[in-house]
Design a protein around this ligand. Sequence first.
Ligand code: M6P
Ligand code: ZN
Length: 191
Amino acid sequence: MNLIEPFKTEIDFATGVLSPQRVIMQRRLSDMSVMYADRNAAARIQSEEGDRLIYEVQGVELPEEEGQIPHCTTRILPGRIGDEYHMTKGHYHARREQGEVYFGLSGRGYLLLQTDGGETSEIEMVAGSAAYVPPYWAHRTVNIGDEDFVFFSVWEARAGHDYGTIERDGFRKLVVLRDGQPAVVDNPVYG
Ligand code: M6P
Ligand code: ZN
């Protein structure tokens, strides 16, 4: 076990920016264009405006060993690909038995969850919402507002990210603009 010195990070709730600056990871449309239901819309945006920034993660780097508790902010920019709101890739934990906590800092979003067994759940999040991702639930976040949706996440270091299952099957639910409102609908091409 590494003995790590205690430390703190200041968080800007509106932007998710950490200080001191930590590791920053950006995901652009090209990293996830196949994850959006409307691939034509994704291709059109790509050719008309270039590689759009969808979301950004800023976090502390900790050793992936038992007992370490990584934490980060995620900022999802507002916008849609076709009717579908900007979202994260989404993942299961490689160790499915590990959970996670999300805490809303600013903006409005949905937390979509699903299990291998076919259960689904969606939780609306605003600033101040503490949402629990229990073990075994895949999780994806979606910005349903006109501003950045920013939240803070905390998990156990060995949880790991399993992206492959979602890359292959997608999510059972999509969050889309319907009649001027965000709506959670079945994904017609799931699986
Ligand atoms: C949350 C946490 C992170 C995750 C990030 C972006 O902050 O769950 O572990 O990396 O969201 O989500 P994803 O990894 O699915 O792109
Ligand atoms: Zn996770």
